[in-house]
Design a protein. Structure first.
Length: 199
C-alpha cells in the first residue's frame, strides 16, 4: 500500500479553511492525511479545532525566538520528520523566508482572498471594496517568498454587488475558499499539478 499524501496546514485565526480541508478528508472527498497544524497564535480558534479533530499542532509565539528564520528552522525540522508532502498556508498571517521557501518550493501553496495580482497583502477584501472593482475572487498560488506572488494555480471570480460590505463579501469569499482549496489539494495529491521549477 502506498504512503498516504501528507499535508501540513499553517493558520493564524479561526481556521475555517483548515476545517473545510478536514471536513473534505472526513467526507472521503479528499484523500490526504493532515499531519500537522502550524499556528503562531496560541489562543487562535484553529488550535481548538485541531485538538477536537485529533490533529497534532505546533503552536509558537514569534517573540519567543530571536528571528523569523529561527522558528522556521524548527518548523522545517518538524515537517521533514513527519514526511510532509505539501504545506498549505490557509490564513497564516506571517511572511515566510527562504528557510521554508527554498526546500519547499513547489510544495508550498497559499490561498488569498482576491484575484491576484490585484490586492496582495493584508485586508484584500477591503482593498477591493475601496477601489470599487465590480469583480473580485479567490486565488490559490505557489509561494515564492514574495508578498502573494508566485505562480497562480487556480482562481475563482465573484461579483461584488452594490449592497456588499466587508462582512458580506468576506462570507461569500470564504464559501469559495472552502471549496476551491480542497479541490486544488486533491489535484496536487493526485499528481495532476506540478510546478515548473525552471520558470
Amino acid at each position: 500500500m502506498s504512503k498516504s499524501f501528507r499535508i501540513a496546514v499553517f493558520a493564524s485565526g479561526s481556521g475555517s479553511n483548515f476545517q473545510a480541508i478536514a471536513d473534505a478528508v472526513n467526507a472521503g472527498k479528499l484523500d490526504v492525511h493532515i499531519g500537522l497544524l502550524v499556528c503562531d497564535r496560541p489562543n487562535a480558534k484553529v488550535v481548538e479545532r485541531a485538538k477536537q479533530l485529533g490533529i497534532p499542532s505546533f503552536v509558537f509565539r514569534a517573540k519567543d525566538y530571536g528571528s523569523r528564520e529561527q522558528y522556521e528552522q524548527e518548523i522545517l525540522q518538524r515537517l521533514e520528520s513527519l514526511e510532509i508532502d505539501l504545506v498549505v498556508l490557509a490564513g497564516y498571517m506571517r511572511l515566510i523566508t527562504e528557510v521554508l521557501v527554498k526546500p519547499l518550493y513547489g510544495r508550498l501553496i497559499n490561498i488569498h482572498p482576491s484575484l491576484l495580482p490585484a490586492f496582495p497583502g493584508l485586508d484584500a477584501i477591503q482593498q477591493a471594496l475601496d477601489y470599487g472593482v465590480k469583480v473580485t475572487g479567490v486565488t490559490v498560488h505557489y509561494v515564492d517568498g514574495g508578498m502573494d506572488t508566485g505562480p497562480i494555480i487556480a482562481q475563482q471570480t465573484l461579483a461584488i454587488t452594490p449592497e456588499d460590505n466587508e462582512a458580506t463579501l468576506a462570507a461569500s469569499i470564504h464559501q469559495i475558499e472552502h471549496v476551491l482549496l480542497p479541490q486544488v489539494i486533491a489535484q496536487i495529491a493526485a499528481g495532476e499539478l506540478k510546478i515548473n521549477k525552471d520558470s
